[in-house]
Design a binder for this molecule. Structure first.
Ligand SMILES: [Zn+2]
Ligand SMILES: [Zn+2]
Length: 203
């Protein structure tokens, strides 16, 4: 009887999987994240990167990622934690964590540097944080733009896109500030689009 109940559930992802896309990106809320912004990220990733987005719910922040000296979470550890959730996933699946807590990584001489988001180039997992994006956001629409741009940027890294020198491209290096994000289009430019078509063609 249980099998009969499960079968229709498995039919749904199969139908969704038939849509052409570059890859599947799973979204996981780590701790808390505003639901309206989860929806905005899902729509933005699907539109800008042509990926299939699968929101998979919410998980607690892993304790091992907490960095007590600065009372924040290490983004590298969050990424490792997220990548671990893909063990059973089909090859090529990516995962993006969304969180509201401050996150940090080691950057050059800075042992613990706060960031908007983090991904390793071509790695399966990325994370973004609302904490710094909220600062001096003019209004909810501006915050939404920043959040979606940052999500597209980090997910772009998981698809293999490095930083891009093209003005206003979403893959420009944030260079430790929010100005490039705010001045950007929020979309990959022509060079990055062409690169995506080679790295992860829509199929
Ligand atoms: Zn980057
Ligand atoms: Zn670009």
């Amino acid at each position: 009887m249980r099998l009969a109940l499960l079968l229709p559930l498995f039919c749904l992802p199969a139908a969704v999987r038939a849509q052409p896309a570059r890859a599947e990106v799973r979204l996981v809320v780590l701790g808390d994240f505003p639901p309206a912004l989860v929806d905005a990220v899902a729509a933005g990733l699907a539109r800008s990167l042509e990926v299939r987005v699968a929101p998979v719910g919410r998980a607690p922040l892993p304790r091992e990622a907490y960095y007590a000296p600065r009372k924040r979470y290490r983004a590298d550890r969050l990424i490792e934690h997220l990548a671990g959730q893909l063990r059973e996933a089909p090859a090529g699946t990516r995962i993006l964590g969304l969180t509201s807590v401050d996150i940090s990584t080691t950057k050059g001489p800075h042992a613990d540097w706060g960031v908007f988001g983090l991904a390793h180039l071509g790695g399966p997992a990325a994370v973004i944080s609302l904490h710094r994006l909220r600062r001096n956001a003019r209004d909810p629409e501006h915050l939404r733009f920043r959040v979606v741009s940052t999500a597209v940027h980090e997910a772009g890294h998981t698809l293999g896109l490095p930083h891009c020198p093209e003005a206003r491209c979403v893959m420009q290096d944030a260079e430790g500030g929010i100005a490039n994000t705010d001045d950007g289009t929020g979309e990959p430019g022509p060079a990055c689009r062409a690169r995506l078509d080679v790295l992860v063609p829509v199929r």
